[in-house]
Design a binder for this molecule. Structure first.
Ligand SMILES: Nc1ncnc2c1ncn2[C@@H]1O[C@H](COP(=O)(O)OP(=O)(O)OP(=O)(O)O)[C@@H](O)[C@H]1O
Ligand SMILES: [Mg+2]
Length: 221
């Protein structure tokens, strides 16, 4: 079973995620044991991907083998990302945020998509600004992460932005979004400004695990 697991796309992704924290042998043992416990054979993994039940068994394996809680938390976040990615259609554009210039690239990609969808100049600037605030936060506070951009059809044609990182998370997110937070580094209006610029805005963050912001803006029907 281990060779099939290692050769398939989902299997390879799983082993890569686990491989960041465990040896190849332990990674394979975690996957194999989770598959058995979930009552699935290795071909199921490629056909059906990673579902909630399998994820639960994988996480139990991670906790069993994890050398320390930080490792386990990071691994868990990466596995959850994998599950989410498997469940959602791939984005139109993915911009990894690794260097400062990537912020500009994310901003430009967003503006190009916004223009193609039919947003006017003001709409394009709002979308580009929101993306560059999110990308800048990733670069500044989490070092690395990614911005995903997709066009959506509902409730009307629009753009969906997903900003993901596995950085330190935002401990005081309620204060940040209520406007009572005083930033030490910037004006502290980035996330709040972003929320105002977009039609929908959600932050999912956990200390030590990272931050995921999902925002969208739609054309008036
Ligand atoms: N991706 C992130 N990871 C960890 N912490 C973050 C992240 N994004 C924001 N934060 C925290 O939330 C605070 C508020 O972010 P926000 O973007 O609103 O303001 P700022 O970055 O401090 O200032 P500005 O964006 O105006 O330059 C930041 O100061 C930082 O502590
Ligand atoms: Mg900011």
């Amino acid at each position: 079973m281990s060779s099939t697991v290692a050769n398939g796309r989902v299997g390879a992704m799983l082993l890569r995620v686990l491989g960041a924290s465990f040896s190849p042998m332990t990674s394979r043992a975690i996957v194999r044991s989770a598959m058995t416990q979930a009552g699935r054979d290795s071909e199921d993994l490629e056909r059906l991907g990673v579902d909630g039940a399998l994820l639960g068994h994988l996480l139990r394996g991670v906790r069993f083998y994890a050398p320390d809680p930080t490792h386990a938390a990071r691994c868990r976040a990466a596995l959850e990302d994998l599950l989410q990615a498997a469940a959602e259609p791939p984005p139109d554009v993915m911009v990894p945020i690794v260097r400062e210039v990537d912020i500009v690239r994310a901003r430009q990609e967003a503006r190009t998509i916004a223009a193609a969808i039919g947003f006017d100049h003001t709409g394009q600037v709002k979308i580009a600004t929101a993306v560059s605030e999110l990308a800048r936060n990733i670069f500044r506070y989490a070092s690395t992460g990614k911005i995903e951009l997709s066009t959506v059809e509902r409730p009307s044609v629009g753009i969906r932005i997903v900003a993901v990182d596995h950085g330190p998370g935002i401990a005081n997110i309620d204060a940040v979004l209520s406007g009572s937070y005083r930033s030490k580094t910037g004006m502290g209006l980035g996330l709040l400004g972003c929320q105002r610029l977009m039609d929908a805005f959600e932050v999912d963050t956990a200390v030590g695990r990272g931050t995921r912001v999902v925002a969208s803006k739609h054309l008036a029907r």
